[in-house]
Ligand binder design. Sequence first.
Ligand code: USQ
Length: 382
Amino acid sequence: MKVFIAGGDGYLGWPTAMNLSANGHDVLVADNYLRRNMSLEEDVEPLYEVPNLIERSRLWLKKTGKKIDVRIGDLADWDFISSIFKEFKPDAVVHYAEQPSAPYSMLNRRAALLTINVNLNVTANIIFATREFTPDAQIVKIGTMGEYGTPNIDIEEGWINIDHKGRSHKFLYPRQAGSLYHTTKIMDTDLLWYYVRMWGLRVTDLMQGPVYGIFTKETKDDERLLPFFNYDELFGTIVNRFVVQAVTGYPLTVYGKGGQTRGYLNIKDTLNCVRLSLENPADKGELRIFNQLTETFTVNELAEKTVKAGEKIGLDVKIKNIENPRKEMEEHYYNPVHTGLIELGLEPHLLTQEVLIEMMNVVIKHKANIAEHKIFRGTKWD
Ligand code: USQ
């Protein structure tokens, strides 16, 4: 398959590019380095330096003999995106090209508007370019479990049947996001659903939970191919943050009561989910939604797992419940259905002690780079 990865430089974009390339697909990636530049602007660079996208592609070619084409530019710019579609004619588009952080979107008005503009404009351009140049191509979009919020009923995979006054109809599952970032992802889904209905696009929307991890099959023996690893409040997701905190002796930052439950997955499973979705495409005129997670746990349970893993390698890990900078439910019901991807063949990698220790060992190697002031800045969401 010819796969165009929009946002190919990010935490998930680059590992996905290597994984698809290793599995025989012809890959082109595009990125404008937004994520790198935001980290730099906010003084929250990742744990270790990551070569630029062109250099990574060169390293990959040297290692495997396989070429990943790179284009640097802004996908909200029609001339740039349309030139890629005209030239490459993708069979599939994987859409990661968004401002990916909930806390960043809550920083200030500028960050909020950047999030709205980037996320909606790029999604719209991908839809328009697909329709104009490759109408049969499938779009695989990274959505988020945060689109659903934390409702007091089970979370279905995207759709729900409503019986009302003796009649019934299937709707997108009700969505109530907790951050502006998550709200833009709801708007993305609405845009996609509208154009699926109008233009018969084929779309898979993957509602993903927080991802953790560093290694994938393709990175194991070459550190220069590793993805970004952020541990700061803006761009670090909780598991990666806790691992860094454990290594550096910073008490684990449990927000509020710590009963917040989310559906997590290993970065290896993100790659497998995206590949399985591509290799089993949605039909024309279908918006297919999968909940992309492999297990659920609370922040408190994660903190306990981190303490136990740390103990095994001689780390004295402390937990500290701190005032929650976010506005979210700290104790709630959470039961998402997540069978669709398993039915396609996903074999989950769970968050075992070994996985946490493997991550801790990488972080220990780069311990000298950890800047404590980056860990917590307490940006209030309300
Ligand atoms: N949390 C803490 N302490 C911390 C960091 C986070 O208690 O130091 C809590 C948060 O309050 C939240 C939960 O852990 O309840 C998850 O936070 P997170 O920062 O790992 O994840 P989140 O901001 O929700 O966003 C991440 C990704 C985003 C993705 C989303 C999936 O950055 O791109 O869409 O996970 S989900 O959370 O299911 O919406």
